[in-house]
Design a protein around this ligand. Structure first.
Ligand SMILES: C[S@@+](CC[C@H](N)C(=O)[O-])C[C@H]1O[C@@H](n2cnc3c(N)ncnc32)[C@H](O)[C@@H]1O
Length: 736
């Protein structure tokens, strides 16, 4: 008997069964209701005037169901002009063979859904599998195209990802759109979530399987029947493994094909490319390699050129970074091995066009001053013009906020005293208060009696006050959730990053317990994250083109960020993997809770990086050995004071942070000689004077100070003292 006879009979039988099954589907109405049945909760209720229950003004209303963007002009100068007043019709029903054809006549939400339906990765015609990926549309270089992409992202974020949070193709489409708009970091985040969903769809024991599989099933049912049969018929496994049984089993077999050939490879690509563009070369290299292996295993003997290109692109970038010759590179064993590659990159630091949480701080000065009055009755917040330190020229200035004296303040007077629950410490077994991070008193000291424990998880607090404040503000989200070991006792080189991530973890817990958006926490809301403030214009996007040439030329990786400035340190570990792990440990669903999207975390990190104070956990006087910056906190009023290397306050942080007016100002270097410096100023602060903090050790020389404060200032310090001292040394004092 012909050896192929039996398998062919199997295929015929299988296809007959499949046809019968497909024919039995009642397409439109049942599919719609099936999808609705798996829906997540609707977006937060929005009142007629657009304000949410928490007081935040939202520019669109759920009843209007239109992208919010057309209603507002962003503070970053990006205006969104396109109007598409269509309801996003709930997707449902087979697309009648039209999924390959996008019609501009369709309303945009439907077009978006169509785009998701059209996502294919392999060309599986002629019984052969070829990796090609969806055609990656280039951004046409006009403002309307950019606005449309932004609107699409908002539509996806506000509607589709809320209604179908576990739907793989929607995650992938979102990732693709982020990449096109120059946010490879956000693209990598969505691609990683898509990879998790690929596992969830295929693994019945996965926690998200009961949501991810039905949502994908309903989606696949909307594809044209002919297309579904073609995909099945091309699969070699169809011959041997197509289950004889029920429509449900057949459907799962079909899902597996779509995941293996289309969604999984696309997710690998988007993740690897996104990470490479961000400069996370080690993880990008590893994910590309992992992707190649996985695609080969799941989709047959195929090779993905994009992923190969990513390994080459990473290698090229790192060699350039390290300035190595071919021989040095090989000798040191870096060929085909990304283990030692750098893994910390930088991404755009901005108020995202869809971020509606950033307040107009000048408008809200009265609210800010009410908060200030509680911690510093003699101080007030005002607008102030500061030199722009980002290299835009000597005379450029920016309007920001600063803190000023409302009345005369005597030398030595404590003028601000603020406590915060937004604290972190990165030592696992250290004797610090869990809430305010103060060093706990020695066991046999008189104060030891005030120390208390959480009865559930044994977290330790310096006092009943801290315990009850913790309970009201964050502790319930972390209590007993096995978060203690995360990010603790890390090597010194990772200490700062671990502290920022621990602050993020605390902010998530605070938002969860206080039931508010993390960006609306009072500790966070008014912090300026040193965002770049440049408009997003077509000039940035003409070149993004993902080809072999661009993916392997590290000089062009900037194009992946729309050539906009990148000043926010970023890594896969701290910005994607760990935040998702934290959410899961706090029992917050990382897919279904839009408040905890990865762009929200980037925004929080931007705010923390310029404003968090750090100190040694072994403080002078505590009797403990100091070991490096192990404790960090964000004090929202304290951090509104600007920097000077001739400060008029000193600060100290124990359980609370304090500003004390200096008795004596610092002596400028060189002022003792002839042609001395302007006269040394008196201690204390006069009414109307700005409160000047210091972000670096003011005893250092001008070079040391500038080096130290650069990170917190976003450029070289150009305070009066620095300019004068640099001038004395004949160094350019403009700080550029
Ligand atoms: C901790 S915040 C200070 C408050 C800030 N001005 C605001 O509006 O929120 C630090 C940021 O203020 C700005 N800044 C503070 N001191 C400055 C100085 N001496 N010169 C220029 N910019 C300064 C920088 O943008 C820096 O990143």
């Amino acid at each position: 008997m012909d050896t192929y006879q039996k398998p062919l009979e199997n295929v015929d039988a299988a296809l007959n069964r499949l046809n019968a099954t497909l024919a039995s589907y009642k397409i439109s109405s049942t599919t719609k209701s099936a999808i609705t049945a798996t829906k997540s909760p609707a977006p937060p209720p929005v009142s007629a005037n657009g304000s949410r229950a928490n007081g935040h003004t939202h520019s669109s209303s759920a009843s209007q169901c239109v992208p919010a963007s057309k209603h507002f002009q962003q503070s970053n100068g990006h205006s969104q002009s396109t109007q598409r007043p269509h309801e996003p019709t709930p997707p449902g029903g087979e697309v009648n063979g039209a999924s390959a054809r996008l019609s501009d006549e369709l309303p945009r939400p439907d077009l978006l859904w169509q785009e998701a339906l059209n996502l294919r990765f392999c060309d599986r015609s002629n019984q052969r599998t070829m990796m090609q990926g969806p055609a990656f549309p280039r951004m046409p270089g006009d403002q309307i195209a950019i606005d449309r992409q932004i609107d699409d992202i908002m539509m996806l974020q506000e509607h589709y990802l809320v209604d179908y949070p576990y739907l793989l193709p929607i995650r992938l489409l979102t990732s693709q759109k982020y990449l096109q708009l120059g946010y490879p970091d956000l693209a990598a985040g969505e691609a990683y979530k898509a990879l998790l969903l690929c596992d969830a769809v295929r693994d019945t024991s996965d926690e998200y399987h009961p949501m991810a599989a039905p949502q994908l099933r309903d989606f696949i049912r909307q594809l044209p029947r002919t297309e579904r049969i073609r995909q099945l018929a091309c699969d070699p496994k169809c011959v041997t493994e197509l289950p004889p049984g029920s429509p449900a089993e057949l459907m799962d077999f079909e899902l597996d094909i779509w995941v293996r050939y289309h969604y999984l490879p696309w997710a690998h690509r988007l993740l690897a490319v996104g990470l490479m563009y961000c400069g996370c070369y080690k993880t990008a290299w590893y994910k590309a390699w992992q992707g190649m292996t996985s695609i080969d295993k799941t989709a047959g003997d195929v090779n993905d050129q994009w992923l190969v290109d990513v390994t080459v692109g990473c290698e090229q970038a790192v060699r350039k970074l390290w300035g190595m010759t071919d021989d040095e590179w090989k000798d040191q064993g870096h060929s085909n091995n990304g283990k030692a590659y750098p893994d910390l990159g930088c991404v755009r630091r901005e108020v995202y066009p869809w971020n509606e949480w950033e307040p107009d701080r000048l408008d809200e000065l009265p609210a800010l001053n009410m908060m200030m009055a509680e911690v510093a009755p003699k101080l007030e917040v005002r607008a102030v013009e500061l030199p722009a330190l980002t290299g835009n020229g000597e005379s450029a200035t920016v309007m920001q906020l600063g803190v000023f004296a409302r009345e005369n303040i005597a030398p030595g007077e404590v003028v601000l005293s603020e406590t915060s629950m937004l604290t972190a410490n990165n030592k696992l077994r250290d004797t610090l208060c869990d809430a305010c991070s103060v060093d706990l008193p020695e066991l046999n000291s008189p104060e030891a009696g005030q120390v208390c424990e959480c009865p559930e998880c044994q977290a330790v607090f310096c006092s009943e006050t801290c315990l009850s404040r913790a309970d009201a503000t964050y502790h319930r989200a972390t209590c007993g959730n096995d978060l203690d070991t995360l990010l603790r006792d890390v090597p010194p080189a990772e200490a700062a990053d671990s502290l920022y991530s621990l602050l993020l973890m605390r902010a998530i817990a605070m938002a969860d317990v206080q039931e508010c958006h993390p960006l609306d926490l009072s500790e966070v809301r008014y912090i300026w994250g040193d965002f770049h403030n440049l408009p997003i214009t077509p000039a940035h996007f003409t070149a993004l083109n993902l080809t072999h040439e661009t993916l392997t030329d590290s000089d062009r990786f900037d194009e992946g960020h729309g050539k906009l400035p990148r000043t926010l340190p970023w890594s896969f570990e701290h910005n994607i993997r760990l935040p998702i792990q934290m959410l899961e440990k706090m029992e917050i669903d990382p897919f279904a809770e839009p408040n905890y999207d990865l762009w929200v975390f980037n925004t929080l990190f931007a705010k923390f990086r310029g404003t968090a104070s750090a100190r040694l956990s072994g403080q002078a006087g505590s009797g403990r050995r100091a070991r490096g910056p192990e404790v960090s906190a964000v004090h929202p009023m304290w951090c509104l004071a600007n920097h000077s290397c001739d400060p008029n306050v000193r600060w100290e942080w124990g359980g609370s942070i304090e500003f004390t007016a200096r008795e004596e100002r610092v002596l400028w270097k060189g002022s003792e000689g002839e042609g001395g410096a302007p006269e040394r100023k008196e201690g204390g602060i006069r009414k109307g004077e700005e409160v000047l903090n210091h972000y670096c050790d003011v005893e250092l020389d001008v070079h040391g100070r500038r080096e130290w404060a650069r990170g917190a200032l976003g450029g070289e310090c150009r305070c009066e003292r620095c300019v004068w001292e640099a001038g004395q040394e004949g160094v350019d004092g403009k700080g550029q």
